[in-house]
Design a protein around this ligand. Structure first.
Ligand code: SF4
Length: 389
């Protein structure tokens, strides 16, 4: 990047000026990762100091049967496929109870767009989960699912959200966003929920007092300009509602190991690679700088590996999330051997080792517990160093 432009962008960031679309594209064109990290870290520190938030959550998918066939998706199954499943309500409650831990605070529930499950199933399952786990917040359903509920119920999103909130819904999830620009979206998304509906449903959720997450699936067939466009749409909506609590860049994944049948379901896999760690760090940094009105940027560490997750804390990220539980079930979530669940203690040490202060939050990003500041480097070096894979 031209040295003059670099100075100009740097001056804008340090003056707290809003960056433009052209600025965002220029930042992606820079290969000076350390410089990008420094700018993003400046902004992150202004907003969140040395705090790194996390929460104790588990994921539950009620069904993997889906009417759509998004090109990148390896989760969906068609009715009758060997490993297609749909949980009965009592089964979902039993599974959730099994995952409940004394300090579990959130259940994250997303599902396929099931062709025949009736709308009534969804509020009912929420009511029963809430009755069985009264202290656990329910973060459920993408905007895509809410739009699907409109289709199968004949109700409006307004009525649907009211009923789901009455049944215990605390927040929507941020999924279904992928990349909003139609140039890319038409090739990767097969359902009918695009920017107009996705933003309509989140706007509505915000008007009802919900704080929702926003996401972006990157590292497949999109170009940096599509990522910039995606973030600017969200930034504009955030100016209007202030309802997004966090932005989560999600790294597109290949099917490393497909389950029982060994079938690769991801239809763009043959013509795509995955974002490298450097590209992910750049994406975190540029997102932090461009999306100036969102309070938090999250690294979903299961997708990145623990060492990249630690590094991301110096590239704009201040929230680490994944299936964090009190017990450890290590298994390969990807080819890097990253665990898909971690002890709370492990996560605390991961954050301390990176030089930050852990803060446990709830679904609304309210502080549940503040932990000690990180030990000094000299103190850390006095003990054997843990290697985070
Ligand atoms: S809507 Fe698309 S991404 Fe979601 S489960 Fe169905 S096929 Fe997968």
């Amino acid at each position: 990047m031209d040295a003059g432009l670099k100075r100009e962008l740097e001056a804008k960031v340090y003056a707290g000026e809003r960056l433009t679309r052209e600025d965002g594209i220029a930042l992606y064109e820079s290969d000076d990762l350390a410089w990008l990290g420094r700018l993003a870290h400046h902004r992150r520190t202004e907003l969140n100091g040395d705090r790194v938030m996390f929460n104790v959550n588990r994921h539950l998918n009620l069904t993997n049967v889906c009417s759509a066939s998004c090109a990148y998706c390896s989760f969906q199954r068609k009715p009758g496929e060997k490993d297609a499943y749909t949980m009965r309500i009592d089964e979902a409650v039993r599974k959730a109870k099994e995952m409940e831990d004394e300090q579990l605070t959130e259940l994250h529930i997303v599902n396929g767009l099931h062709p025949t499950l009736p709308w009534r199933y969804y509020p009912k399952v929420l009511r029963e989960l809430k009755a069985a786990l009264p202290n656990v917040k329910l973060k459920c359903f993408t905007a895509t699912e809410v739009q699907w509920f409109e289709k199968i119920s004949g109700l409006s999103a307004d009525e649907i959200l009211d009923e789901l909130m009455d049944a215990g819904l605390e927040s929507l999830t941020g999924g279904g966003a992928e990349i909003f620009d139609w140039e890319v979206r038409q090739h990767i998304v097969d359902h009918a929920c695009h920017w107009e509906d996705w933003s309509r449903i989140h706007r509505l959720a915000h008007s009802k007092g919900m704080k929702t997450p926003s996401t972006m699936l990157y590292g497949h067939i999109e170009e940096p300009r599509h990522r910039v466009d995606h973030v600017l749409r969200l930034r504009e909506l955030q100016d209007e509602t202030g309802g997004f609590a966090v932005f989560i860049p999600l790294r597109y994944q290949h099917d490393f190991v497909d389950s029982a049948d060994g079938k690769i379901r991801n239809r763009i896999q043959a013509r795509t690679t995955m974002a490298s760690p450097a590209e992910s760090l750049k994406t975190f940094a540029v997102s932090r700088l461009l999306f100036d009105n969102v309070p938090h940027v999250k690294c979903f560490w299961v997708m990145h590996g623990l060492s990249v997750a630690q590094l991301s804390l110096n590239f704009g990220v201040d929230d680490l999330d994944g299936s964090v539980v009190e017990y450890k079930i290590t298994h390969d979530a990807d080819s890097y051997g990253t665990p898909n669940t971690m002890h709370r203690e492990d996560l605390l040490h991961l954050i301390w080792d990176a030089g930050f202060r852990p803060v446990e939050r709830n679904t609304r990003y309210e502080v549940v517990r503040e932990y000690d500041a990180p030990p000094t480097l000299a103190e850390r070096r006095a003990e054997p160093q843990q290697v985070w894979a």
